[in-house]
Design a protein around this ligand. Structure first.
Ligand SMILES: NC(=O)c1ccc[n+]([C@@H]2O[C@H](COP(=O)([O-])OP(=O)(O)OC[C@H]3O[C@@H](n4cnc5c(N)ncnc54)[C@H](O)[C@@H]3O)[C@@H](O)[C@H]2O)c1
Length: 506
């Protein structure tokens, strides 16, 4: 059914007003009445030429209909972004948790002058609605690729939260689907739309401090234990089978159902794929690299607590790009900052360094540590997406899905390396880390990480340090080199009907 919809919508032109009229002709009487009420209400409020945010005021018929999918945390910000504009209308709220969805429907109706969105528990119901132009996805990570691909196949443009995928293959499949069906797909790495960040990256790309050799992404964010593993009931308002979707069927083992899935690898990707993906993306962008690395290794562990989580809370990932190196450090225990940053990126160049310690900017320093330039300014990532939706040009996007795929995959590759490793005495990990991380002077990264763990009195007998496998990767095929065991981790076993297509199936 979804493919049939994709065929009919793939010929859609940029003339949304015509499309809306055509689709209104096909609507049920109830939908038509609802829309008419909405149009009347909107026409009254849309009297000024410019909205508060400076967008050109459009006639109601030119509004883009949006479905927001997964609305508890980040999805609520998606609602704010689309409901706060005059050129978009939230037509659907979709959430696997009926209580959360219903609450957001009421709130959204108030924001839309009484025009209530429809509610669906299941994305497939939303995709049947031909009047929907945009699907905005903020579900847990294990659902990202499937939700995006289904939406693309149904002819919708997509705003997709980071990481765009739960594994490497999923990200590439979304890129293929976006290109095949001619859809606009923005990744939710919003700092790419901040002028401060753009200016810093331009500065780096212009080699103002000479060639940039190392980008060091930092995700130093305290993460506490999520409580002991157990068998818990999902909330009664949740359709648990649908919530699990592409993940295996298993009981809930975490105390807090929502959000804490980040720390269970069936659904999330640890802090590397949570906060870390933002800085991973900035690190790669600043280095000017547009492919995956040929060498990756990682070390770390889940230190200081045994709980329902199984992702690392302390981790170093090194991507070796030959003349350039991308290092990533995750610290979930108490820590001090590193060179002025806790969550940020440090770019080490020939004649100085740049520190981006926030989403909106940072500063450049010479080799003596003297500040020579500042970068500041925030932007509107949703606005950038909507401009591209109207222009139909992927190149107008600040964070096209290809960029999202590459940066998400760099996180996944780090996790695969760690997964395939094993516990070793700390001295042995240190020796191997120094050997593998040649360009980065990784013995220093390791020493600082060890110092940090010692500051937290980590008992390595109880919480061992893991050395990941050194992996060789082919960025062209996006497969590992002669490592079938590692290749298996590029995807997962899906269960019908929640199947993300394999290579060649898009
Ligand atoms: N860009 C950012 O700055 C930013 C910030 C926070 C979170 N995020 C991303 O947003 C996503 C959501 O994070 P969160 O913290 O809001 O998680 P959350 O657990 O608080 O909320 C997820 C919601 O999705 C719903 N859901 C799950 N599967 C669904 C499905 N198939 N269809 C519809 N609804 C479904 C859940 O019921 C829940 O209400 C994550 O991928 C996260 O990485 C991005």
């Amino acid at each position: 059914m979804l493919n049939r919809a994709a065929v009919t919508r793939s010929v859609r032109t940029t003339c949304y007003s015509v499309n809306l009229l055509i689709s209104m002709a096909k609507k049920t009487r109830r939908q038509f009445i609802e829309d008419s009420m909405f149009v009347t209400a909107a026409a009254v409020t849309a009297s000024s030429a410019e909205t508060a945010s400076g967008h050109q005021s459009l006639s109601p018929n030119e509004r883009l209909n949006v479905a927001v999918v997964g609305v508890r945390g980040r999805g609520n910000s998606h609602i704010s972004a689309f409901a706060g504009r005059k050129d978009t209308h939230i037509r659907w709220i979709c959430d696997a948790d009926r209580d959360i969805g219903s609450k957001r429907v009421v709130e959204t109706a108030k924001r839309q002058q009484g025009a209530s969105p429809l509610f669906a528990n299941d994305l497939r119901e939303v995709l049947e609605d031909k009047s929907v132009d945009i699907v905005s996805i903020a579900t847990p990570n294990h659902w990202h690729a499937l939700a995006a691909i289904w939406s693309i196949q149904a002819g919708k443009d997509v705003y997709l939260e980071k990481p765009v995928s739960h594994n490497v293959s999923e990200g590439r499949r979304i890129v293929e689907a976006a290109r095949k069906y001619g859809r606009i797909v923005q990744t939710g790495t919003q700092s790419r739309s901040n002028p401060g960040m753009q200016a810093a990256v331009d500065y780096l790309h212009a080699n103002k401090l000479g060639k940039c050799r190392v980008a060091r992404g930092l995700c130093y964010k305290r993460r506490k234990s999520i409580g002991a593993a157990g068998v818990f009931e999902p909330p009664k308002s949740v359709d648990y089978n649908y919530y699990l979707g592409p993940a295996p069927v298993q009981p809930v083992s975490r105390r807090q159902f929502h959000y804490d899935w980040h720390w269970q690898d069936a659904y999330g990707n640890g802090d590397l794929g949570n906060q870390g993906i933002h800085q991973m993306d900035l690190a790669r962008w600043g280095l000017g690299i547009n492919e995956l690395s040929q060498n990756v290794f990682s070390y770390g562990g889940r230190f200081d607590y045994h709980d329902a989580g199984n992702t690392a809370n302390t981790q170093v990932v090194v991507h070796d790009y030959g003349e350039q190196t991308l290092v990533f450090e995750v610290r979930g225990l108490e820590t001090t900052e590193h060179r002025g940053a806790k969550v940020g990126v440090i770019y080490e160049c020939e004649n100085g360094y740049v520190v981006m310690a926030s989403y909106s900017g940072g500063a450049a320093f010479d080799l003596d540590g003297k500040k020579i330039k500042s970068f500041k300014g925030t932007g509107d990532h949703f606005d950038n997406f909507l401009k591209a939706v109207r222009s139909r040009k992927t190149e107008d996007l600040n964070a096209d899905i290809l960029q999202g795929h590459l940066s998400s995959a760099l996180c996944h590759l780090g996790n695969i390396s760690l997964d395939l490793g094993g516990p070793l005495p700390v001295a042995e990990v240190q020796k191997q880390a120094a050997r593998l991380g040649s360009n980065d002077n990784d013995s220093d990264t390791f020493s600082r990480t060890l110092q940090h763990l010692n500051n937290n009195n980590v008992n390595f007998e109880k919480y061992p340090c893991y050395l990941g496998r050194e992996l060789k990767f082919d960025p062209k095929t996006e497969l590992f080199v002669n490592d079938p065991q590692a290749d298996q981790k590029l995807t997962r076993d899906y269960r019908a009907p929640f199947i993300v297509p394999k290579q060649g199936e898009i």
